[in-house]
Design a protein around this ligand. Structure first.
Ligand code: ADP
Ligand code: ZN
Ligand code: ZN
Length: 725
């Protein structure tokens, strides 16, 4: 017997595939059980090898789990791209792509169902001879016409009827696979009432139509409420009518019943939904249905990008700037970037929509790699919220709020309106600020603020890695009142309760909304005005509207302006703009105040006076001058360990091995969150203006780093195109 060599992605954290022998060829995408060490693991066949140098130690495939591949050609090619681009273990990539149940070895063909058919006697029995049992007569008649699944019979008849007919041997049960209803949804498809698009919407819809059946990425940049969703709806209409499927990615928090209902209502078809709360069984069902063409629309969060589609027609990524599209552990992929790869593999249009596009996407649009579609006016007549800066230098602060802010809050509350106090809980790398003059300690070489590392009592520049001891006086005015930017949220909450005892307050963050429908309940209560003071974090900026909120206070902008995370100003601007889009309505216009020690800061000025679109173009220029992403490629190697020394040593050794003329190495330095769960965390940043060179260098160096003596003692990972520090 001649055997063949099979290349298998085995779910272990090693950056390689493994070779096994088998007695016959296997197609890529089939699952196999293979011996690995003293275990058996479920891997996925990724290819066949014709020549193997040393065959003496090869083991044989233990079992083949599938007759047909579980991963289609698109998924296989995206998986390969994922493990190469993100420098991740192939087996772990495959396990991310597969639904949980398939990873565990469940059958990939849907479980057989119970069906009923008539027996020979049943076929020969006239239904009207059962006239004393009319339900049985009706059921028999139905089955005489054609067999039916138990589920479909139970929709019309009780189990007792089925039982009675079975006991009389008129019908019998049997097991059979569920039939594939490819494109059955198309018979229900009909376009509901829709508004007439305004001229900008019409241009966008026509531009997308024109590219049907081709890879064509679009940025749909439209201010909040400008009718982006309406553009998606009208753009996918023809795609669906042609029997093609549409995949829509939304941020976790944006996936509300209202969003789904809008698509269902428009097209009259069922919409499959995928998010973190969906059970593994339901997830697998959607996976099957989508793969067999049984559903027309799939709406889901990040991992929905892996859903196979039989006849892909279009991909939409709504709120494409949202950070939830980047996975921050394991395989650290960006679903938006994967969507671009996928649309190109499947030759279909891709629409990235946002009121506040990421600088990466904006840059692609401005450099004409993406077609740029713009909606500059609000559709439903709401007016824009006015934005102002509030100078807090030398002001007495109470719980992080200046007197001027408190006065404004009192005014709005006394008029019966709601006030939203926005606190940034995201851990921006803190900077050191002078409360008197607003000066920030800045690295001379890079002209970027130092990041405060409290544990070491040092300042470090996250741009070049330079460090210096923590100063005690302001360089500029010698004041000793130096504060770190950023205000404690707990302190603020307690303070607000004390300052405004008569106003009911509610806090909305990821902790307070845990649990099914909790967020919806809170939002309903807010709109019923059960609360006057809303204390919110990032969650509040997304997808909801607060018509009674007339004042929005952003407690601290400085943390974002001077953070060692160069993305912080972009994130702040997105938040502020999204928040402004949520408040007020035509009859009650809103105002927004941003507290800052740096009212003259050009980015803040630009944002407040000229809006996000202008700000973002300016910020892109700054990134270009500083040679930061998207004008360079970045990779972070992160390491953490109980003993900080070991993680530090590992990164220092790595740094030496990684030296390269076209790659800048920054660090090692402490991560933004220096210690978590007892582990000290450090990072080493790799940067290059040549993405290909950086990736190739990393690919060649990773085996060397993996072999370092400390590599096995620390938890370390590779983060490509990091969005967080
Ligand atoms: P976005 O997705 O940009 O926030 P939506 O598509 O949700 O905007 O539109 C905001 C509101 O305006 C919705 O109530 C929507 O029904 C309405 N709308 C959108 N386009 C039009 C239009 N062309 N004519 C009338 N109303 C529209
Ligand atoms: Zn000063
Ligand atoms: Zn520097």
């Amino acid at each position: 017997m001649t055997s063949v060599y099979i290349d298998v992605a085995v779910p272990v954290p090693l950056r390689q595939t493994f070779t096994y022998t088998h007695d016959s060829p296997l197609p890529a995408g089939v699952r196999v059980s293979v011996p690995f060490g003293n275990r058996k693991l479920i891997g996925v066949v990724v290819g066949m090898l014709t020549e193997v140098a040393d065959t003496s130690r090869l083991k044989a495939v233990a079992a083949v789990l599938d007759e047909q591949p579980v991963l289609d050609a698109t998924q296989l090619s995206l998986s390969r791209w994922l493990w190469q681009y993100y420098h991740h273990a192939p087996g772990e990539v495959m396990h991310t792509v597969l639904p949980v149940k398939l990873r565990k070895g469940d059958s990939a063909t849907p479980a057989p169902q119970t069906w009923y058919r008539v027996t020979a006697t049943g076929a020969a029995t006239a239904a009207d001879t059962l006239s004393r049992a009319p339900r049985q007569a009706a059921c028999l008649q139905m089955l005489q016409a054609e067999p039916a699944s138990q589920a479909s019979i139970k929709a019309q008849f009780s189990m007792a009827v089925i039982k009675a007919l079975s006991e009389r041997a008129l019908i019998e049960a049997y097991e059979a696979a569920a039939p594939v209803n490819d494109n059955a949804w198309l018979s229900q498809f009909k376009v509901g009432e829709k508004p007439r698009p305004d001229s900008q919407q019409a241009v966008a819809i026509a531009a997308i139509h024109q590219q049907a059946g081709k890879f064509a990425p679009f940025l749909l940049e439209g201010v909040t409420g400008s009718g982006k969703t309406e553009v998606y709806l009208q753009a996918i209409e023809d795609v669906l009518a042609a029997g093609q499927q549409v995949l829509i990615l939304v941020p976790e928090i944006g996936l509300t019943p209202q969003t789904v209902a809008r698509f269902t209502r428009r097209f009259g078809i069922e919409v499959a939904v995928l998010h973190s709360q969906i059970t593994d069984a339901a997830r697998l069902q959607v996976w099957h249905q989508a793969r067999h063409g049984e559903i027309g629309i799939v709406i889901g969060t990040r991992s929905a990008i892996f859903t196979p589609l039989k006849r892909p027609g279009m991909i939409i990524v709504d709120e494409e700037h949202d950070e939830s599209f980047k996975q921050q552990d394991g395989l650290r992929y960006h679903a938006r970037d994967l969507a671009v790869m996928r649309a190109s593999t499947e030759h279909i249009p891709l629409v990235l929509g946002s009121a506040t596009p990421s600088l990466e996407t904006l840059n692609n649009a401005l450099s004409q790699r993406y077609q740029h579609l713009q909606l500059t006016q609000r559709a439903a007549g709401a007016v824009a919220t006015m934005q102002h800066l509030l100078d807090v230098r030398d002001q007495p602060m109470r719980f992080g709020l200046a007197e001027g802010t408190l006065t404004l809050m009192r005014q709005h509350l006394s008029q019966g309106n709601q006030v939203l106090v926005f606190v940034n809980r995201r851990g921006y790398a803190p900077a050191l600020l002078c409360h008197h003059c607003g000066h920030t300690e800045t690295c001379r070489r890079c002209e970027r603020p130092y990041t405060v590392h409290c544990a070491q009592q040092r300042l470090q520049c996250h741009h070049c890695g330079a460090t210096r001891p923590m100063p005690t006086r302001c360089e500029q005015c010698a004041s000793t009142e130096l504060v770190t930017a950023g205000i404690g949220t707990e302190q603020l909450e307690q303070g607000l309760a004390q300052l405004f005892p008569a106003s009911a307050q509610v806090r909305i963050d990821s902790d307070s909304i845990r649990g099914k429908d909790k967020l919806q309940t809170i939002l309903d209560d807010i709109n019923k005005q059960a609360f006057q003071l809303l204390i919110g974090t990032q969650i509040l900026s997304k997808g909801h509207h607060f018509p009674h909120v007339t004042l929005v206070v952003v407690v601290d902008c400085d943390g974002a302006l001077f953070s060692g995370d160069y993305r912080a100003p972009e994130k702040l601007a997105q938040l502020v703009t999204q928040l402004a889009g949520r408040a007020g309505r035509a009859s009650k216009p809103g105002e927004m105040w941003l507290q800052t020690h740096n009212p003259q800061h050009p980015l803040l000025q630009d944002l407040v006076n000229n809006g996000y679109a202008h700000f973002a173009r300016h910020a892109l220029l700054e990134r270009k001058m500083a040679q930061l992403p998207p004008f360079c490629a970045q990779v972070i190697i992160r390491a953490e360990a109980m003993e900080g020394d070991v993680a530090w040593r590992f990164l220092t050794d790595s740094q030496q091995r990684l030296a390269h003329q076209h790659v800048t190495l920054i660090g090692p330095m402490p991560s933004l969150i220096e210690k978590r769960q007892g582990r000290f965390r450090f990072m080493l940043v790799l940067q290059s203006s040549r993405r290909k060179v950086l990736h190739e260098h990393l690919r060649l160096s990773l085996p060397v780093i993996t072999a370092l003596p400390d590599a096995a003692k620390v938890r370390w990972s590779v983060d490509v195109d990091p969005t967080d520090f």
